[in-house]
Design a protein around this ligand. Sequence first.
Ligand code: MF3
Ligand code: CO
Ligand code: CO
Length: 272
Amino acid sequence: MRQDSGGRLTRDGIRIHDPSESAGMMAAGALAARILDDVAGLVEVGQTTGVLDDFIRNAVEEAGATSATIGYKGYQHASCISVNHVVCHGIPGDKKLKDGDILNIDVTVIVDGWFGDTSRMYVAGKLPRRAERLIQVTHDALMIGIEAVKPGNTFGDIGHAIQSHVESNRMSVVRDFCGHGLGRVFHAPPNVLHYGRPGGGPTLEEGMFFTIEPMVNLGRPETKVLADEWTAVTRDKSLSAQFEHSVGVTADGVEIFTLSPGGLFHPTYTTD
Ligand code: MF3
Ligand code: CO
Ligand code: CO
């Protein structure tokens, strides 16, 4: 197995990549994002999450890429699909989507050894108004977090920006799961918290690659993992949403590796 080559590690164990290495991340991120674009047409009332996962598995294979999740700690699927009060790591299966269900689809692919990890929200049928608000606030929280990414800022600045936006909308940030460094590995230092204090945590440096993937609940932040040992749900059964991008710190800001080629990152939907 080829190891990370260019760059060095910070004292927090965060890899600093060579500028030339962002091309690999762009290719991996673009594939993951394109697959999330392509699966959108299959999300409809009566569809099963298992069929969505089959489509994703095939799309990864047709691209000549590898799914990062199949075989990861025993996980068996090409995506995580988290419906309604499922916070993350929902397992695709036979359950049919109902009118007004909201779902996160999370895909991670490996292209030439580089990992691309992204997720976004979808809707089956007509979107209830409170779910629309949740999705909008979660999307905006991610993008506001990304705006805080530049050399000299800190991971605490990112978390603080996300937390402030969510809590000012009277929603809550999940503490039990976080973003992560990635590159030639799936989950690397640091833990990217979606809450924090300005100036807290490690300082951002050019060449850091990581995900930002806030999970936001309409109710309380607490989660629990079901007996299948994967599915994380809100303890109070409130609705939960998540968006995820893989990003890199550049000399003067940020590059997003997982931009939607079709401009479909934010869902389009009809509301009641
Ligand atoms: N893609 C998820 C993340 O954002 C990880 C999924 S691991 C799995 O980090 F095994 F549940 F697929
Ligand atoms: Co991730
Ligand atoms: Co992910």
